[in-house]
Design a protein around this ligand. Structure first.
Ligand code: PEP
Ligand code: MG
Length: 271
C-alpha cells in the first residue's frame, strides 16, 4: 500500500510483488487546484515503470470524510464519513473523474495497471463507472492514444452493502479488494478516527470476519480474485484464517511485506 510516489523505493527495498493499493488522493491534497491529466499521467506512468511489469492497483480518487480539499468546494456536512466522498464525488462530477480515468488509461500503456473504485454500494454505481471508463477509451481511440485494453477493473469492498451484494457485484468486475478499515467502521458503526470509542472497538469482530469470508466466497464463485488491502491484511494473528478463507492477495504497507511473507511461509495449511 502506498500513498505517494515517494514511497516507491520502499516498495522495491521490501521486495513487494506489486502494489495492491495506490492511494491516488495525494495528487489532489495539499494544493490549490485540481491536478491536470498530464500531472496525473506522469505520476502513474512513473509508478508502473518503476514496478517493471508487476501489477499496480490504482484506486481512483477517495477524497471526502477525513481527507479535505478546499478547492473541491464540498458543502459542510454533519456526518462526512457518510456523506459526499469518493465515488459519490466522482459520479456527481464526471468531468473530474474522466480526467483521472484518461490519465490512468494512458499510463496503462507503460506497465500493468489495474484500476479500482472505492466506497461502492451498488451494482448500478459499478455500471456507471464502467460506462464512463468506456467513454474515455472511445475518446482515446478517436485521438489515437494508446492504452491497455485488458486492464483489470475492480472495486473495493468497504461497505457492508458491497459485502452483502458481493455475489452480484462479482459479475461486473475482475477483482475485489477488501478495505477492512472502512468495512469495520461501517459495520460496527464506530468512527475509525474516534479514539474515545476504543473500548467498544473490536478489530476482530466476527461480523467483519464473516463479511470478509462471504466476499471471498462470492468472488470465487464468479471466478474473480479477492484481496485485502485494509490494515487487517497486515494482522499476523489473522493471516492463517485469511488463507484458510482462500484470500488471493494481501496488500500491506512496504514495511510489513517481509514479516507477512515470513508468516505465510511458516504456515502449513494441510494440517
Ligand atoms: C480501507 O478502508 O480499508 C482502505 C484500504 O481505504 P482507506 O484506509 O484509504 O480508507
Ligand atoms: Mg477506505
Amino acid at each position: 500500500n502506498i500513498g505517494n510516489t515517494e514511497n516507491l523505493p520502499q516498495v522495491l527495498q521490501n521486495d513487494a510483488e506489486g502494489i495492491g493499493l495506490f492511494r491516488s488522493e495525494f495528487l489532489y491534497l495539499g494544493r490549490k487546484d485540481y491536478p491536470t491529466e498530464e500531472e496525473q499521467f506522469e505520476a502513474y506512468k512513473k509508478t508502473v515503470q518503476t514496478l517493471a511489469g508487476k501489477t499496480v492497483v490504482i484506486r481512483t480518487l477517495d477524497i471526502g470524510a477525513d481527507k479535505k480539499v478546499d478547492y473541491f468546494n464540498l458543502a459542510l456536512e454533519e456526518n462526512p464519513a457518510m456523506g459526499m466522498r469518493a465515488i459519490r464525488i466522482c459520479l456527481t462530477r464526471p468531468d473530474l473523474f474522466k480526467t483521472q480515468l484518461r490519465a490512468l488509461c494512458r499510463a496503462s500503456a507503460f506497465g500493468k495497471i489495474a484500476i479500482m473504485f472505492p466506497m461502492i454500494i451498488s451494482v448500478d454505481e459499478v455500471k456507471r463507472c464502467k460506462a464512463l471508463l468506456q467513454d474515455v477509451r472511445a475518446e482515446l481511440d478517436e485521438q489515437g492514444l494508446t492504452y491497455d485494453p485488458h486492464m483489470e477493473v475492480g472495486i473495493m469492498i468497504e461497505t457492508p452493502a458491497a459485502a452483502v451484494m458481493s455475489d452480484e457485484l462479482a459479475k461486473e468486475v475482475d477483482f475485489f479488494s477488501i478495505g477492512s478499515n472502512d468495512l469495520t467502521q461501517y459495520t460496527l458503526a464506530i468512527d475509525r478516527q474516534q479514539t474515545t470509542l476504543d473500548s467498544f472497538f473490536d478489530a476482530h469482530h466476527p461480523a467483519v470476519l464473516r463479511l470478509i469470508e462471504q466476499t471471498i466466497q462470492n468472488g470465487h464463485k464468479a471466478g474473480i480474485w479477492v484481496g485485502i488491502c485494509g490494515e487487517l491484511g497486515a494482522d499476523l494473528t489473522l493471516t492463517e484464517q485469511f488463507l484458510r478463507m482462500g484470500v488471493d492477495e494481501l496488500s500491506v504497507s512496504p514495511s510489513a511485506v517481509l514479516g507477512l511473507r515470513e508468516k505465510i511461509r511458516s504456515l502449513d495449511l494441510t494440517k
